[in-house]
Ligand binder design. Structure first.
Ligand code: NAG
Ligand code: NAG
Ligand code: NAG
Ligand code: NAG
Ligand code: NAG
Ligand code: NAG
Ligand code: NAG
Ligand code: NAG
Ligand code: NAG
Length: 419
C-alpha cells in the first residue's frame, strides 16, 4: 500500500509541471527546484512548484530514517516510502505475549505478524497421522505438520520382498521401519538359530518362521540318544532322523543267542545281529575227537569253548597206571574220561574178583557162609564218598568165614557200584 502512495505522489508531480508551464509561478522566489533532497529523503508532492530552500521545506523523510521500536520492527520493503510513523514504516511483531490456541506454539516472538496464522505454528498433536503413517505419542510436542516429523513409520512402508524375508500382512499397521521389525523371517534367515544337532532342511528354507526353532529346525542323528540295545551309527551323525531306527544300529543286547543251538551271549554292547557277531560257540557245538582219545564232559554243553582242551577230557585209556603199585586201568578205559589214578586205575585184584567171585546178597554176611563158599564172595562197602570191595576169607583157626577188612580194596573196582 505504501507503493501505491508513491505512485500517487508522482502523478501529483506531473500535474504541478503543467501548472508551471501555465506560468503561474513567480520566478524570483527561492524555489525548491534548486534544492536537492539528501539520501533517504524524497521530493515533496509538487516539489517544483514549492517555495523553499531546505530539505525540510522541499523534501519528505522516508521510512528509512524512521526507527521502529518496542513492539515494532523495521521492514526494508518500506524504506522507499514516505512516512515517519510506526503505522507507515514498521511491522508489528507477534510479541512474546502473543496468545496461540491450544495445540499451537508461538513460532517467533520477533516475527512480523498479528494473526494466528502469522504468529503460531501447530504442534504434532494436531496432526492427523493416517495410513501408512501411525500416530506417535512421543512426537506430540514436536512443532510440525509433516507426517515425517509427526508420525511413526508403519510396516506397510517397509519392503519385505528381500531374500530370507516374507511379508507379514498382520503387521501392516504396526509401527516399524526395518525388515527385522516388520517382516517374517524365513527359516533360511540368519535369525533362525537351531539348537545343537538341528538344522534347517534345504526344502524348509523358504518356509516362513514363527520365530521358534521348532518350526524351522529338524533333528539330526547326532542329537539323538540311542536307547538301550542300540548304538549310534557314526555314518549317520549328519543325517536327519529322530529315532533309533533312523540313527542307531542294533546291538547284540537285542539278539538272543540260543543255548539250544550251541550259542552263548557275548559282546552285548557291540553292534551286531547274528550269531557270528553276538555269540560265542558253546561246547555243544564241539565234537570231541575220539581218535585222539578226547571224551565229552557230561554237563559241560553250555560252557563256551571250541577246542578239545576246553570242552573235552582225555580218556583214561591214555592214562598210565602204576603197575608197580598193583594198579591197572579200569574196565573200558577208552570210554571213561579222566586223568587221575582214582578215576582211571583200580587194584589189580579186581580182575580175579570180577572173574571168580560174586557179590554177597543183600542181608547175607560172610559169617553165614561155609568154607567152600566163603572165598567166592565179596561185599561192597560204601561210606559217604568212599567205597571199598571187601572179600570174605576163611579163618582156619576159628573155622569161620569173615570179612577180610585188612585186605579191603579201597576205591573199589570199576563197574561195581555199592547201591
Ligand atoms: C483424521 O482423519 C480422518 C480421516 O480423514 C478423520 O475421520 C478424522 O476425524 C481426523 N481426525 C482429526 C483429529 O482430525
Ligand atoms: C523391494 O525390494 C526388492 C529388492 O530390493 C525390489 O526388487 C522390489 O522392487 C522392491 N519392491 C517394492 C514394492 O519396492
Ligand atoms: C505376523 O505378525 C503378527 C502380529 O505382529 C504376529 O503375531 C505373528 O506371529 C506374525 N506371523 C509370523 C508368521 O511371523
Ligand atoms: C526358495 O526361494 C528362492 C528364491 O526365492 C528360490 O530360488 C528357491 O528355489 C526356493 N527354494 C525352494 C526349496 O522353494
Ligand atoms: C552276520 O552279519 C554280518 C554283518 O551283517 C555279516 O557280514 C555276516 O556274514 C553275518 N554272519 C552270519 C552268520 O549271518
Ligand atoms: C581227530 O584227530 C585225528 C588225528 O589227529 C585227525 O586225523 C582227525 O581229523 C581229527 N578229527 C576231527 C573231526 O577233527
Ligand atoms: C544248557 O542250557 C539249556 C537252555 O538254557 C538248558 O535247558 C540245559 O539244561 C543246560 N544244560 C546244562 C548241562 O546246564
Ligand atoms: C579163577 O579160578 C580158576 C580156577 O579156579 C583159576 O585157574 C584162575 O586163575 C582164576 N583166575 C584168576 C584171575 O585168579
Ligand atoms: C563227597 O563228594 C562231594 C562232592 O564230590 C564233596 O562235596 C564231599 O565233601 C565229599 N565227602 C567226603 C566225606 O569226602
Amino acid at each position: 500500500m505504501k507503493t501505491v502512495a508513491s505512485i500517487l505522489a508522482l502523478l501529483a508531480l506531473g500535474r504541478s509541471k503543467k501548472l508551471l508551464e501555465d506560468g503561474k509561478i513567480q520566478a524570483d522566489a527561492p524555489s525548491c527546484v534548486k534544492v536537492r533532497c539528501p539520501k533517504a529523503w524524497v521530493p515533496k508532492v509538487g516539489h517544483h512548484t514549492l517555495e523553499g530552500s531546505t530539505p525540510e521545506e522541499c523534501c519528505d523523510k522516508t521510512c528509512e530514517l524512521f526507527e521502529c521500536t518496542g513492539a515494532y520492527k523495521a521492514n526494508e520493503d518500506y524504506f522507499g516510502n514516505v512516512g515517519s510513523s510506526v503505522q507507515a514504516c514498521c511491522d508489528k511483531m507477534c510479541g512474546s505475549e502473543y496468545h496461540c490456541d491450544v495445540g499451537y506454539v508461538l513460532a517467533d516472538s520477533r516475527a512480523a505478524g498479528t494473526t494466528k496464522e502469522e504468529c503460531c505454528l501447530p504442534k504434532c498433536e494436531l496432526f492427523n497421522c493416517t495410513a501408512p503413517w501411525a500416530p506417535s505419542a512421543a512426537k506430540k510436542e514436536v512443532v510440525s505438520d509433516e507426517p515425517e516429523q509427526c508420525c511413526d513409520q508403519t510396516c506397510a512402508m517397509v519392503n519385505c520382498s528381500l531374500p530370507d524375508w516374507v511379508v507379514n500382512e498382520s503387521k501392516a499397521s504396526e509401527v516399524g521401519s526395518s525388515p527385522g521389525a516388520c517382516c517374517t523371517p524365513t527359516c533360511g534367515n540368519a535369525k533362525t538359530v537351531c539348537p545343537f544337532g538341528h538344522l534347517v532342511q534345504e526344502g524348509a528354507k523358504n518356509k516362513s518362521s514363527d520365530g521358534t526353532a521348532e518350526s524351522c529346525c529338524t533333528k539330526q542323528c547326532k542329537a539323538h540318544v540311542c536307547s538301550a540295545g542300540w548304538a549310534p551309527d557314526v555314518s549317520k551323525q549328519e543325517d536327519f532322523g529322530e529315532d533309533d531306527g533312523d540313527c542307531c544300529l542294533p546291538t547284540c543286547k537285542q539278539f538272543d543267542c540260543s543255548l539250544e543251538d550251541g550259542w552263548a551271549p557275548s559282546n552285548v554292547e557291540t553292534v551286531g545281529s547274528n550269531e557270528t557277531q553276538c555269540c560265542v560257540a558253546t561246547c555243544k557245538q564241539w565234537t570231541c575227537n575220539a581218535t585222539e582219545s578226547w571224551l565229552p564232559v557230561p554237563g559241560k554243553e553250555n560252557a563256551t569253548g571250541s577246542s578239545n582242551s576246553a570242552c573235552c577230557e582225555p580218556a583214561c585209556s591214555i592214562f598210565s597206571c602204576n603197575s608197580a603199585e598193583g594198579r591197572i586201568p579200569v574196565q573200558a578205559a577208552a570210554t571213561v574220561g579222566g586223568s587221575s589214578d582214582d578215576t582211571c586205575c583200580e587194584s589189580s585184584k579186581c580182575t580175579q574178583i570180577r572173574q571168580n567171585m560174586t557179590v554177597l546178597k543183600a542181608d547175607q554176611h560172610c559169617n553165614d557162609l561155609s568154607e567152600a563158599e566163603c572165598e567166592t564172595k565179596y561185599f561192597l562197602h560204601a561210606d559217604g564218598n568212599s567205597s571199598a570191595v571187601v572179600t570174605c576169607t576163611f579163618d582156619d583157626v576159628y573155622k569161620l568165614c569173615r570179612y577180610d577188612v585188612a585186605a579191603a580194596i579201597k576205591g573199589g573196582c570199576s563197574g561195581m557200584d555199592a547201591k
